[in-house]
Design a protein around this ligand. Sequence first.
Ligand code: IPE
Ligand code: IPE
Ligand code: MG
Length: 250
Amino acid sequence: MQDFLSKIDKERLPSHVAVIMDGNGRWAKEKNKPRVFGHKNGVTSVREISEASAELGIQYLTLYAFSTENWNRPAAEVTALMTLLVETVRRELKTLNKNNIRLNAIGDIDNLPKATKRALLAGIEETRGNNRMTLTLALNYSARWEILNATQKIATKVENGQLASQDINESIFASHLETHSMPDPALLIRTSGEMRISNYLLWQLAYTELYFSPVYWPDFRKNHLYEAIVNFQTRERRFGKTSEQLSSPA
Ligand code: IPE
Ligand code: IPE
Ligand code: MG
């Protein structure tokens, strides 16, 4: 595989990269191993991609770690995933601090198992002074839940007279989402060849460039990320305009 790092234009990096880490189960199955073996090996990819993103100068990396729909998986797999999360957050804290990475979470965190929530909040607290990159884990996350939740918060403000309904605009709406402190993702990467959004960041992905990699998540390495970024940099983000308008702004 060619070296993609040298082809990246460091001046035009996506400020926010979102990832749907997919294919752990199939990766394990191909090796005649239990699905959980795939999840465990996926942690190596999380470490690699977080480190590569911070090294490049990407400011926000948001990883889909557990969707609300994932509660429907076999109980043993769910338990293993939650345990893995606790272990990983604890084990990686030192590295996060060494790399000046701030940990963050989006999703229905209050309804996670107590131990998971506790480890997560401790990790967030212990890294809050870091400012090279924000690593956000989407956990017990569902974009429709997030949008409904924002709508309820806004409705309450309208009821209380804190907000007039005619003043609700995109920026006010976005400020009530879980991602309120981040820019929208410029690039979304989904691994494992699946081409769907699976209830991820539905509002925020409105103008995101989508990149689908055939590689299973546990095999996804730094150079795969670099390849995605090189591909991203070949795209023309038109935001509704014509190509001519972009090359000679009137
Ligand atoms: C992604 O891999 C990890 C999670 C959803 C937690 P999968 O577990 O979905 O792997 P596949 O899609 O079954 O191969
Ligand atoms: C999406 O992957 C959720 C995560 C990566 C955590 P899934 O593997 O759960 O998605 P579907 O169900 O195949 O769409
Ligand atoms: Mg999957």
